[in-house]
Design a protein around this ligand. Structure first.
Ligand SMILES: *[C@@H]1O[C@H](CO)[C@@H](O)[C@H](O)[C@H]1NC(C)=O
Ligand SMILES: *[C@@H]1O[C@H](CO)[C@@H](O)[C@H](O)[C@H]1NC(C)=O
Ligand SMILES: *[C@@H]1O[C@H](CO)[C@@H](O)[C@H](O)[C@H]1NC(C)=O
Length: 337
């Protein structure tokens, strides 16, 4: 397995060299340069441009066409091509850590000596374990939660927010996915891991049923159309297996006077009347005045769209200083401490 992997890298490298030798730049001056790969490495902090491209060969072409480009990182899982204005030789201190899933290129002949080859076909249980193993890009990864036995789960890992290592279980950013779904759909999950999605209550329960990584934390990040952002964080996040009752211990956030989940705490995950969009930890009364959050509510595309009341609308109320998420960006995360 490990040998096969290594062999694959070598053949990719050879194809790559063949492809790049003849790359020319601007018609007036062509740069012909061979660039060498260091696998599972990246130079961070010197990118002057990031582009999404199909492959490392195209990333190399982008680099060769730009005088400023001295080296580049290509991240496989999100096809991100990061063009750098510096090299590993100039900044060895910014190169030393492992960046699994990324490949670094520059024109120094010793570059391949810095490759890290992953010999253990490890099965990571959480995003935090992936982060600790050197996966530093926010991407879709496969994890192997204990409760899944030999099965795996594809998840989006946020490797940047608050130290990184978060399993994202909900994302809303452009209103492209309809969240007004049946309870069965909320149980199994829906949407698009690269865009907007709900990971699924049953997946969530399975992931957090494993206490061995430690207490699970819940983090919520929000932004509204006025450009305000907010976050809140909860300790010891739990869901009961049957009705998904929400439990947590403490919380902290930007506004410590108010906890916008306080009325959802202890409630089962449910649907109310059709006018209350989505499903959430709504209070049993389903009374609008009792609802202080519904991150699965109706998404509005801009600040001028007709707002309905909090409840049907995607909403999050920080007591004290009412913060309503006319959201452009909302995510939940999970982490182990
Ligand atoms: C490019 O991406 C890297 C890693 O995600 C980030 O740290 C950097 O700020 C980005 N640079 C630019 C110019 O967008
Ligand atoms: C899981 O996979 C391993 C290795 O392939 C196998 O030995 C084991 O029996 C499998 N366990 C289950 C529950 O299928
Ligand atoms: C998933 O969402 C991303 C980002 O919005 C989009 O580019 C992509 O086409 C979507 N994929 C599918 C299968 O809908």
């Amino acid at each position: 397995m490990a040998e096969q992997e290594a062999g694959k890298h070598v053949s990719e490298l050879m194809i790559f060299l063949g492809a790049v030798i003849f790359v020319t730049g601007h018609p007036c001056h062509s740069r012909q340069q061979i660039m060498y790969a260091a696998e599972n490495r990246a130079l961070r902090g010197f990118a002057y441009a990031n582009k999404t491209v199909r492959s490392r060969v195209i990333c190399a072409r982008e680099c060769s066409m730009d005088e400023r480009c001295k080296s580049f990182n290509f991240v496989g899982c999100n096809k991100m091509c990061e063009l750098n204005f510096a090299t590993r030789r100039e900044h060895p201190e910014d190169f030393n850590t492992a960046h699994r899933g990324s490949v670094y290129f520059d024109a120094d002949e010793d570059t391949p000596l810095y490759s890290l080859i992953d010999s253990s076909a490890s099965r990571y249980k959480t995003c935090k374990m992936l982060l600790d193993a050197g996966y530093r890009s926010s991407c879709i990864y496969t994890i192997y939660p204990k409760a899944f036995g030999n099965d795996s789960l594809r998840v989006y890992c946020d490797m940047e927010t608050d130290g990184g290592g978060w399993i994202v279980f909900q994302m809303r950013q452009d209103g492209s996915v309809d969240f007004d779904r049946t309870l069965a759909e909320y149980q199994s999950g829906f949407g698009n891991l690269s865009g907007e999605f709900w990971l699924g209550n049953d997946n969530l329960v399975a992931v957090i049923s494993d206490p061995s990584p430690g207490l699970w934390q819940l983090r919520i990040d929000l932004g509204n159309w006025e450009g305000e952002t907010a976050w809140e964080k909860y300790e010891d996040f739990r869901l009961s297996p049957d009705t998904y009752n929400l439990q947590y211990w403490q919380y902290e956030g930007i506004n410590t006077n108010g906890d916008s989940l306080s009325k959802a705490k202890g409630q089962p995950f449910r649907k109310c009347s059709p006018s209350l969009k989505g499903a959430w930890w709504f209070p049993q009364s389903c009374f609008l005045g009792d609802i202080d959050s519904n991150l699965n509510g109706q998404y509005y595309f801009d600040a001028n769209a007709g707002y309905d009341q909090a409840g049907p609308r995607l909403c999050w109320t920080l007591l004290d200083n009412v913060f309503i998420a006319y959201a452009y960006d909302v995510r939940f995360g999970l982490l182990l401490p």
